[in-house]
Design a protein around this ligand. Structure first.
Ligand code: PLP
Length: 476
């Protein structure tokens, strides 16, 4: 059959067919710069990962064009026969990835992010002003678990619900489950939330479930950070004990940026309808089908034996990095890690998280300042959070992580030189010396930055078919 001639687009539509570099060189340049940054630096942000080429292809696909409010088989728009297949496939894969029985568990894969997944869950299962207990933000919890300060209710979860945080033991850094239980006796929560953003240890879901049961409270796990590790069964299983489990899809799960909500159907026959209605129409509009395709693709990978190897390697790498830091005499919260991250307490060194984050940034090492147990000021966090997920995706192993720890050790030494040169403890003086100074500290940063780039560019960058073709953009 001869191909039918398709007319050329009219002039005002020509822009729809040209590649990005031609249509928008400014954005193309930003993407090129960011590709170089990811390739030539060390990505240690614990909430990040490097997703696959296939996931990015799905995420950047034509599926972005389609509206599909509602659920498969019950949409508010026509033309959804393929989107229905996609969302069903994604839901099946989500349950399979976590080894869940579809008779007991259901899942909603539409949340745009982890934050909306959490708020939709509260909307579905709580009444306004119900009481919730989550790990406090300064103790490693997440904003969306009820965070507020003395002056302000920061998160919508503290505006629309009554929140009372639980904490880690300031001496050990481990969650103080006993104090949580005592406070729950007084506060009588309707929901206990477990999961965090900066907790280097696994969770005792059985203990939390016992406390929740005492108060007929719901138990929710937000496994955003560790969902890839849970799916690979290298962390405790929250599904055994919880009523509802939320996650992001872009951290250890290594998918596109989004969220999911898993709910138990057997205990509360209305849970499915309540969660689905809370996602849409209560909290969101049309699902992002390109993202759902990306999640489905990532979940297929999560169910593979290779992903199980990856997840085990993430923990080994985090532990190798932690062990090397400890060997230099540094202090880690809980003295190590049982998951993908370590929390490094810088206070004994007279340094702050902000200073080390800044020095590392200048040396192409990306980390973030973070509160550590016992911090008194949330404005000046005393530590940094370091995650191994992304570098493990770049095929680094324990020996490489030791090298990374050595770079971090150099960053500390440089900070101590700069602190002396600055002659004050103020961040602005320190940053001035680090960025514009003529002294020894500035020279040492430049050396470290060069060594980091030489090391990082030896490893492939996921999502790029041939990393040897990544060019250093002009001016870098
Ligand atoms: N829950 C936890 C535990 C997180 O760490 C995060 C983000 O880091 C979120 C929820 C929010 O996810 P998102 O940024 O996708 O809204």
């Amino acid at each position: 059959m001869s191909a039918q001639a398709i007319p050329v687009p009219n002039d005002f539509n020509k822009v729809l067919y040209a590649p990005l570099a031609e249509v928008d060189p400014e954005v193309a340049q930003i993407i090129e710069d960011e590709t170089w940054r990811q390739f030539s630096g060390l990505e240690l942000i614990a909430s990040e990962n490097l997703t696959s080429l296939a996931t990015m292809e799905a995420n950047g696909s034509i599926l972005t064009n389609k509206y599909s409010e509602g659920l498969p088989g019950a949409r508010y728009y026509g033309g959804n026969e393929h989107i229905d297949r996609l969302e069903n496939l994604c839901r099946e894969r989500a349950l399979k990835a976590f080894d869940l029985d579809p008779k007991v568990w259901g899942v909603n894969v539409q949340p745009y992010s982890g934050s909306t997944a959490n708020f939709a869950t509260f909307t579905a299962l709580l009444e306004p002003q119900d009481r919730i207990m989550g790990l406090g933000l300064p103790d490693g919890g997440h904003l969306t678990h009820g965070y507020y300060t003395a002056k302000k209710k920061i998160s919508a979860s503290s505006i629309y619900f009554q929140s009372f945080p639980y904490q880690v033991d300031p001496k050990t850094g481990y969650i103080d489950y006993e104090r949580l239980a005592t406070n729950a006796n007084l506060f009588k929560p309707r929901m206990i939330i477990c999961g965090g953003s900066a907790y280097p240890r696994d969770w005792d879901y059985a203990k939390l479930a016992a406390t929740a049961k005492q108060h007929s409270a719901l138990l929710m796990a937000d496994i955003a950070h560790i969902s890839g590790l849970v799916a690979a069964k290298v962390q405790n299983n929250p599904f055994e004990f919880c009523d509802v489990v939320t996650t992001t899809t872009h951290k250890t799960l290594r998918g596109p940026r989004a969220g999911m909500i898993f709910f138990r159907k057997d205990k509360d026959p209305e849970a499915e309808a309540k969660i689905n209605a809370a996602v849409f129409p209560a909290c969101q509009g049309g699902p992002h089908n390109n993202t759902i395709a990306g999640i489905a693709t990532a979940l297929r990978q999560v169910s593979s034996p290779e992903f199980k190897e990856y997840a085990a390697a993430v923990i080994k790498n985090s532990q190798a990095l932690g062990a090397k830091l400890l060997s230099y005499g540094y202090k880690l919260q809980t003295e190590g890690s049982a998951n993908h991250l370590v929390l490094w307490d810088l206070r004994p060194l007279g340094l702050t998280g902000s200073k080390i984050e800044k020095i590392c940034d200048l040396a192409h090492i990306t980390i973030n300042k973070n509160a550590v147990a016992g911090d008194t000021s949330a404005m000046v966090p005393g530590g940094v959070r370091i995650g191994a997920s992304a570098l493990t995706s770049r095929s680094m192993g324990p020996a490489d992580m030791e090298q990374v720890a050595t770079f971090l050790h150099r960053a500390i030494e440089i900070s101590q030189v700069l602190q002396k040169e600055a002659g004050s403890k103020l961040l602005k003086d320190f940053v001035a010396k680090a960025t514009t100074g003529e002294g020894e500290g500035r020279k040492l940063i430049e050396q470290l930055a060069g060594d980091v780039q030489a090391f990082a560019t030896r490893f492939p960058l996921p999502g790029v078919p041939d990393s040897s073709k990544i060019q250093r953009p002009a001016g870098h």
